[in-house]
Design a protein around this ligand. Structure first.
Ligand SMILES: *Cc1c(COP(=O)(O)O)cnc(C)c1O
Length: 360
């Protein structure tokens, strides 16, 4: 990998090198057919093969039950902030939301356009440094669903215990899908933008239990109805072909590696290396509360904003890219998704130790 640097970007994020090489080849000439992947009709036998293979691999790796549909949509995760309430929430009805960061806040704003929104928990007054424990909130009586964000990309927090409220769970898993084992059958809807842990931008995967497809009010436009896409295998209109294809390559890579149990173990070890480095120092300070720490996005501060700027500058100079924290928290953030190599984490830890020595 001669010209690769360590890419800690929160999204779009690093992808497996072998996936990039394969995609580069197939963009020009798919399977030696004399036609590039991104020039092919989405209705061609070849592309339908690509999309079907991607879906079955996702079903296999995540253990998605038969009564769930898998949709490949456009509009980003942000469009799901609208589609969820548009399909499941109606005037006079309620939905419960857990406010654990920027992405949940945006989803709450959209849901209010459709029905009553009950915010059962918020960690905003502590700069979203934690997520709630199951006994710290309740779903509203007769809530249509309970909405939460499993991993808060910006703040570096993650649910380690999912809600158990008897209400259908709707979960934004954009930044930790495929990173750890989950039981899909305990969710009503899981959705995730591809660009953090699955592939390139342009596709949002939606996993939806099939009985929820029939709750949509009649006045919802065709393109915004889950059922439209479920009934047509996500081919009602042109799907995000390149993104779907690349997700398929990433899933193949993941399966070859040993699937989700293997990657989960690797992810936990990578995160532990960084959290240990933070804990072993009085110089670095983690943003997330201990019980809420994310294994995907590690957020931390240095003693002063000046030192943070210097840290990021010097890190960039030695090929660690993307370590600047999101503007709403400041500080630093290392995003270490599935494809981020352990070696890069080890090198960052060495760099942190040396930087502390030189500057504390
Ligand atoms: C990045 C992100 C989003 C926004 O995704 P878009 O595809 O840009 O709309 C939503 N939720 C979470 C948790 C994210 O990390």
């Amino acid at each position: 990998m001669p010209d690769r640097i360590y890419n800690f970007s929160a999204g779009p994020a690093t992808l497996p090198y072998e996936v990039l090489l394969q995609a580069a080849k197939d963009i020009v000439n798919f399977n030696d057919k004399g036609i590039g992947l991104i020039e092919m009709s989405h209705r061609s036998k070849d592309f339908i093969g690509v999309a079907d293979a991607c879906e079955s691999l996702l079903r296999e790796l995540m253990g998605i039950p038969d009564n769930y549909k898998v949709l490949f949509l456009q509009g980003g995760a942000s469009t799901q902030f609208v589609m969820v309430p548009m399909n499941l929430l109606q005037p006079g009805k309620s939905a419960t939301y857990l406010n654990t960061g920027t992405w949940s806040k945006k989803a709450i704003k959209e849901a209010k356009l459709f029905g009553n929104v009950d915010v059962a928990y918020s960690s905003e007054d502590t700069v979203f440094n934690h997520v709630p424990l199951p006994d710290e909130y309740e779903a509203a009586a007769n809530a249509e669903y309970l909405y939460f964000v499993s991993n808060n990309t910006i703040y570096g927090t993650q649910f380690h215990q999912f809600p158990e409220t008897g209400t259908d769970l709707v979960c934004d898993m954009s930044s930790d899908i495929l990173s750890r084992e989950i039981d899909v059958s305990s969710f009503g809807i899981i959705f995730a933008g591809a660009q953090k842990n699955m592939g390139p931008a342009g596709c949002t995967v939606v996993i939806i239990r099939d009985d929820l497809l029939n709750k949509t009010p009649d006045n919802v436009p065709t393109m915004f109805r889950y059922k439209t896409h479920a009934d047509t295998g996500s081919m009602f209109n042109t799907p995000p072909c390149f993104s779907i294809y690349t997700i398929g390559l990433v899933l193949k890579w993941l399966k070859k590696l040993g699937g989700i149990p293997t990657i989960e173990k690797m992810n936990r070890e990578k995160a532990e290396l960084l959290y240990q480095a933070i804990e072993n120092s009085d110089f670095y300070k983690g943003h997330a509360r201990f019980d809420s720490r994310s294994i995907m996005n590690i957020t931390f501060n240095l003693p002063t904003p000046e030192l943070e700027a210097q840290f990021i500058r010097e890190a960039t100079a030695v090929s660690f890219d993307g370590l600047k924290g999101h503007r709403s928290v400041g500080g630093c953030r290392a995003s270490i998704y599935n494809a981020f190599p352990r070696e890069g984490v080890e090198k960052l830890v060495d760099f942190m130790v040396a930087f502390e020595k030189a500057n504390s």
